[in-house]
Structure formats: C-alpha cells, structure tokens
Design a binder for this molecule. Sequence first.
Ligand code: PMP
Length: 289
Amino acid sequence: MKIYMNGKLVPESRAKVSVFDHGLLYGDGVFEGIRAYHGRVFKLDEHIARLFRSAQAIDLKMPLTKAGLAQAVVRTCQANGIWDGYIRLIVTRGLGNLGLNPYTCKTPQVIIIAGGIQLYAEKLYATGLDVITVGTLRNHTEAINPRIKSLNYLNNILAKIEAMNAGCMECIMLNPQGFVAEASGDNIFVVRGDTLLTPPSWCGALEGITRQTVMELAPEQGLQARAEVLTRYDLYTADEVFLTGTAAEIIAVVKADRRIIGSGRPGPVTRRLERVFREHARSSGTPIG
Ligand code: PMP
C-alpha cells in the first residue's frame, strides 16, 4: 500500500510519524473517513469542507487548498488501485516539543490512507443493532465541540468501552443536558410515521455527511426529515431507529436499553433508505479515473 504523506506517496513501511507529533502526543489534529464506491469518491467536497471547518475551529492552518487536497485524495486512490474502499484523511498539528503549545508546531502533517473497509457484519444489517445509552456524556459544546472531527476520540472510546462491556456493539450518547446526541461513531435518526428526526448539531451531533445525504434523499421517498431535540423517550417510543455513517451507511437499531423498538426488526423505512442510499452512493461522486 502507498500512503500519501505531505505531498509524496511512500510505501507503507516508510509511512512513519514522529513521536513529537502533537497528533500523537495530544490528539491534536483533525480527520475524515471517506468512502469510494465503484471508482468514485463519495461526497469528497463535503468531506473536505468539513475537514477545513474542523481545522479552522482548532486554529490549524491547512497547508493545502481544498482543490489541492481533493486532488491528493484522488491521486492516493489511483496509486492504490482503489475501486471500492475507505479513505482516511488525517491532518496533525505536526512536530513540536513536549509542551502543549500548538504554536511550537510549524508544519501540519497531511496523511492519506486509501484501503479496504471494515464494515459491520452483513448479519447485523438483517437483525439490527442492540444498543445501550451510556453514562459517558458527549463532550460539552464548549469543551471539544462535537462538530469538530478531531483526532481526540477518547470521549467516544470511553462510551464504546461501556457498550462493549455491556455486550453491545454500539451505544447512544446523551449530551450534558440529557438530550440524545449520537452514537459513538455514527449519527442517529428516529422514525415517527413518515417523519425522520435527528438531533441538531448543537445537541452534540457531528454534522454527518451520511446524515445530510439521508435528509436530502427523504423528500423523494415521501418522508419529511428535520433536526429536533430528542430524549430517550423518543428512542423508546419510535417506530424505527437507525444509525448513519460513512462506514456503516444506514443500519437499524432494534433494541435500546433492553427495550424493543417498534417491531424489534429493521423496519420498512430503514430498509428502504438503506437501499436508496446504496443506489445513490454507487452512482455519484468524484471519478478516480
Ligand atoms: N458521529 C461521529 C462521532 C463520527 O465519528 C461519525 C463518522 N464516523 C459520524 C457521526 C458519521 O459521520 P459521516 O456520515 O460523515 O461519516
């Protein structure tokens, strides 16, 4: 595998970062997870726009333009013969000293890895996920704002640990006010009749690209979609619940806190959206060429 590092494609064995990189020392940096479907990069501009917003929010100066970065992603896919795959785009603060001061780091490191995708097992799409709401709260919006897709995922990892230790693959995180935020690595939707509801970003949700795509696809399916403040009540009383994310796409949640949601099986709206999303993803995007 060839890895893009600061303008060069290097063999995997030579793709190394310094122990003085603040990405490693402090989780100081930002990233994106992007999919390639059938020789095209899905929503590349949207991912790059979010990466730039994340970088701006942490006062990290991007060393490339948006167009330059898009080109670098495509070039990395080409170099690795990617047709269907997963791309990890990482920008670290770069090399500094052992102090916190980010301004000792002169050059951000841009790394792009284009490889295979680690998905949920196909069986889980057929059965749906069993989740719990966890005690670990989503970061306060005035701590690490959850709209920033930063390299510091410890908040999400602590939540994931709680879920795994309770025998669940995923969890639902609440925000400090007790409102539903999202899952540890995916956004959440509640289906009520023909309406899709998802927490607004101020409740602690990442502005997910898959979430946005689902909201755009909803009207042509006769569904209304909007952001709304949700509590656990809304999960327990929903007709259907599903998660969205680049890796997972759309996956049903059939149990929350041991309570059965709806029929206890992936519902018709979730199944339809799964299909529509997959068709859409496979027929759009930036050609790898
Ligand atoms: N929330 C979190 C915390 C995430 O890490 C992700 C991405 N894996 C998402 C939501 C989903 O975002 P997207 O659809 O852009 O992948």
